[in-house]
Design a protein around this ligand. Structure first.
Ligand SMILES: Nc1ncnc2c1ncn2[C@@H]1O[C@H](COP(=O)(O)OP(=O)(O)OP(=O)(O)O)[C@@H](O)[C@H]1O
Ligand SMILES: [Mg+2]
Length: 437
């Protein structure tokens, strides 16, 4: 049947879902910065006339001074951030005063708050919503999040008296409104160190965006976001997850282990230098043992020994070292999902991204341990982005561009400081500047 013929009575196939909503896209050129445990990426971009971003400058450096997503050595981190930003600035021929930055530090985690708010028979105003969302944040801090600071405040839905499922209650007349709010917070000290690291580079944190949420914005199709999907961003120092449902972020969490741990396991077990262990992992690593792996011998340089001291190990041994660590990681992810009440009904689908998702066999292992349908993802194409940055390790950075373009932003921003550099973060920058002056 050619394209033009159609059987009588059949319907046209449904058009692809492309109802991506954008709120307050950036104008002019802007910068995004993904400070990872393995690499630091800076992109300078602008939104073109048709509403799509174009990358004007790109910088990429090996990370230093960052562990499990948090800055642990300010001097080293400054050097690496400056180098990545400088590369992007040279390419774009512009200077950045600030950037939209990934939130990966301070063990980010989301909590749901449910509130009722008295309106008293009048129309709901913007001030009411602001008050409700700020109250949700206040309760979050009081309840269990000591020494933590709210970074995102996502309203998941409102009810107006007895009517649920209201996305935007402004202007509606009612006695009370109910709100379900997802608050994503992170450790205050780690946030302060992130601010200090950027202040040393003469950069402002313009907005902070959850790293796995950004990765989801860059990799998921609209149907996945709507029907329910968990994104697992498998990085070097962290494995972070974001659960999407009905187009919203309903849960996010982070586990402080990633690909670097797999490499260090290999280095320890094989007595190999870390660089050689990394090479062996990327080139020969897998989570599935094949019968021929017992007979394939790998040459492994020995830590601290002369270059001619080479051990021979069967490839099967490498697989046997790698697999338990990956199994453990997915078991921890499964436990986090269960603890957060993320059931199979909320999403049978998992999307893997991040550099460590490239290990052979990871998709199958994730499907087995998580008992879900799993696909591997790379970010949607972005204009002007070099081919080298098209892989899954760049999902978070590309998602920060999507956020700058207004994708995934909440309906309502409860006020200065929310979903931007948090208040404490801004104060930390100020404190740092005063002492550096
Ligand atoms: N082909 C590959 N096979 C297996 N692992 C790989 C491959 N390529 C990269 N990795 C691993 O991916 C990890 C880095 O991933 P990524 O660049 O996403 O981390 P990051 O964003 O810097 O860190 P994080 O998000 O945890 O702070 C490293 O541990 C590296 O060994
Ligand atoms: Mg990362």
């Amino acid at each position: 049947m050619n394209q033009l013929t159609r059987l009588p009575g059949t319907l046209d196939p449904a058009p692809p879902a492309i109802h991506r909503r954008r709120r307050n896209p950036r104008s002019g050129s802007f910068g995004v910065l993904d400070i990872g445990s393995s690499k630091i990426v800076c992109m300078i971009a602008r939104i073109e006339g048709d509403g799509e971003p174009r990358v004007l400058g790109f910088g990429w450096q090996r990370s230093r001074g960052v562990k499990a997503g948090s800055i642990t050595d300010l001097e080293e981190a400054e050097r690496a951030i400056r180098a990545a930003v400088g590369q992007a600035e040279d390419m774009a021929d512009t200077q950045l005063a600030g950037a939209i930055v990934n939130l990966s530090c301070g063990q980010p985690e989301s909590r749901i708050q449910n509130l009722q708010w008295l309106i008293g028979g009048r129309a709901v105003t913007e001030a009411d919503l602001r008050a409700v969302l700020l109250e949700a944040r206040r309760r979050n801090i009081n309840a269990e999040a000591m020494e933590r600071e709210a970074v995102h405040t996502f309203p998941l839905g409102f009810s107006v008296d007895t009517t649920g499922g209201v996305e935007d209650p402004r202007g509606m007349i009612c006695e009370t409104i109910g709100a379900r709010v997802n608050i994503l917070d992170a450790g205050s000290a780690a946030l302060r160190n992130l601010a200090a690291g950027l202040a040393r580079c003469d950069m402002d944190v313009q907005e902070l965006v959850s790293a796995p949420y950004a990765a989801g914005l860059a990799t998921l199709v609209e149907d996945e976001k709507q029907l329910g999907c968990t994104v697992i961003d498998m990085g070097g120092g962290t494995t972070s997850l974001a659960v999407f449902q009905e187009g919203q972020l309903v849960h996010a969490a982070q586990i402080p282990i990633g690909g670097i741990r797999v490499t260090s396991d290999l280095a320890q077990c094989l007595s190999a230098p870390m660089a050689d262990a990394e090479h062996i992992k990327v080139k020969y690593g897998s989570v599935h043992e094949a019968p021929q792996d017992e007979k394939e011998w790998l040459h492994v340089p020995q830590m601290g020994e002369e270059a001619d001291q080479i051990a021979r190990v069967p490839r099967a041994m490498v697989v046997r070292i790698i697999r338990p660590r990956l199994e453990e990681t997915f078991e921890l992810v499964r436990a986090r999902l269960e603890a957060a009440g993320v059931t199979h009904e909320m999403g049978r689908r998992v999307v893997l991204c991040g550099g460590a998702s490239q290990l052979v066999g990871v998709r199958e292992l994730a499907a087995q341990v998580l008992d879900r349908q799993v696909r591997l993802a790379r970010p949607h194409q972005v204009r002007g982005l070099p081919e080298i940055a098209s892989g899954p390790a760049f999902a978070t950075a590309c998602g920060l561009l999507a956020w700058a373009n207004g994708e995934g932003k909440p309906l309502f921003d409860p006020g200065a400081g929310a979903d931007r550099a948090p208040g404490m973060l801004s104060r930390a920058v100020q404190w740092f500047r005063e002492r550096m002056a």
